[in-house]
Ligand binder design. Structure first.
Ligand code: PMT
Length: 404
């Protein structure tokens, strides 16, 4: 299918053993209708020849920043302006570090600085190099700058290690590009209700009980669903995030307010996705004046908040397809499956919040999905990419199993 007809893609290839997959990627991109110009770093040419990628792309491969012949024709600025997308695949730890610092010391990094096109990176490296805090820090920086992170995948590596660091397969990368450049409208006509962010449970006029949720995961799902055509209502606790385009946002503070906002709207919805980190308990009463310090010990009486995702999942009439999240620090599978059953959810998305690169606040996340008949892992990637992958999974289950 020519989903990428006429789309202009600069493919940056850097020095990784996975560079051989660039050949297949170029072929698939051209099959999908894209025009591909390849830029190689010197290290990449040790793994795959420019001639191979020239033959497959149908264009000379650009390699040097200071190449008089190239600058006279398709120089780095012209290439940067030409691109609809710059994809670096495979992206080594070194190129990620140089990009994160804003270095422009070769053709590829220079054109990344010079382009207004979206930039995506598909990392490929040894699993320990990928987990190194410097690499993770660089990835977080790039994501904050708007760079899309695609992958890496998990599995056995060329060096014999096992873990995260494999370049995504070319078919997966083409799917990511299609999602970015030729967005789907597959949720047109659907109504999605989501919760996101923390709740705050007041102790007195100045203090509250809450948690570390930033709202990023829930906002990413809301943004992705709206971009794919759904009418999205997002009920959010207090977070410092802009409302995603096309999303109707309802701001709340406490769990009771969130619950009321959900129950008021839920019966009009096709799907309910509960991503909020709701406080399970609230102070029994909120002091009307600021509590005074002085006593060495203070005792709080807490009462349970309504479990809104369970209430929605147990509706007898007009029940939407109901997806919960589970934030766990241990025994992920056990606790997530218990929540799936107890709350009578259709699907639960478990995340390991003991890890710094996942769950609360981070730009990236990984999910382990559980439903009554099975399970599936969605590996670590940016929350915005993960949101699209999650929606793909939800829609498969919705269409296959759900009869409202
Ligand atoms: O916001 P971020 O910084 O991006 O972080 C994302 C996240 C870690 C908050 C998110 O991915 C996540 O895991 N959200 C659910 C957090 C949570 O409260 O998990 P839980 O296991 O305590 O709750 C289970 C489910 O019940 C959740 O769907 C929750 O929304 C829901 N719930 C819980 C209590 C309650 N009173 N009402 C509910 O609906």
């Amino acid at each position: 299918m020519a989903n990428l007809a006429g789309k202009k893609i600069v493919l940056g290839v850097t020095g990784s053993i996975a560079a051989y997959k660039a050949a297949e990627l170029v072929r698939r991109l051209r099959d999908s209708g894209a025009v591909v110009r390849v830029v190689m770093t010197p290290a990449a040419t040790a793994f795959i020849t420019p001639l191979t990628l020239q033959a497959l792309s149908g264009y000379p491969v650009s390699q040097d920043l200071l190449d008089p012949a190239a600058e006279a024709a398709m120089g780095h600025i012209a290439l940067a302006k030409w691109a609809d997308l710059v994809l670096i695949a495979p992206a080594t730890a070194a190129v990620l570090a140089r990009l994160a610092c804003g270095l422009a010391d070769d053709l590829l990094t220079t054109l990344c600085l010079a382009t207004t096109a979206p930039i995506a990176v598909a990392p490929a490296m040894n699993q320990q190099m990928y987990q190194a805090s410097a690499t993770q820090h660089n990835l977080q920086t790039l994501i904050q700058q708007g760079v899309s992170l695609w992958g890496p995948g998990e599995g056995s590596q060329a060096c014999g290690d096992q873990g995260l660091g494999r370049l995504l397969e070319p078919a997966g990368l083409v799917a990511e590009i299609e999602q970015l450049l030729a967005p789907r409208n597959d949720l047109q006509g659907m109504r999605w209700l989501l919760t996101a962010g923390p709740t705050q449970e007041a102790l007195d006029p100045v203090r509250f009980i809450s948690n570390h949720s930033s709202g990023k995961m829930g906002f990413a799902v809301a943004q992705a669903a709206a971009a794919r055509g759904a009418a999205v209502t997002l009920i959010s606790g207090p977070v410092a995030l802009a409302t995603p385009p096309g999303v109707h946002r309802v701001g709340v503070t406490s769990a009771l307010e969130m619950s009321a906002a959900v129950m008021e709207r839920v019966q009009l919805q096709d799907l309910f996705v509960a991503c909020a980190a709701v406080a399970d308990y609230r102070p029994k009463s909120c002091a009307p004046q600021k509590l005074k310090s002085g006593e060495p010990i203070m005792t709080l009486t807490l009462v349970k908040n309504p479990d809104m995702v369970a209430q929605v999942a147990q509706l007898q009439e007009r029940r939407p397809y109901t997806v919960g999240f589970a934030a766990e620090t241990e025994q992920l599978a056990r606790y997530a499956r218990a929540k799936l059953l107890d709350k009578q959810l259709d699907l639960i998305c478990a995340n390991d919040i003991s890890r710094v690169d996942q769950g609360f606040h981070s730009e990236t996340n990984a999910l382990h999905l559980y439903w009554s008949q099975g399970e599936k892992r969605l590996p670590l990637t940016s929350k915005s990419q993960l949101a699209h992958q999650l929606i793909d999974e939800i829609m498969q289950h919705y269409h296959a199993n759900y009869r409202p």
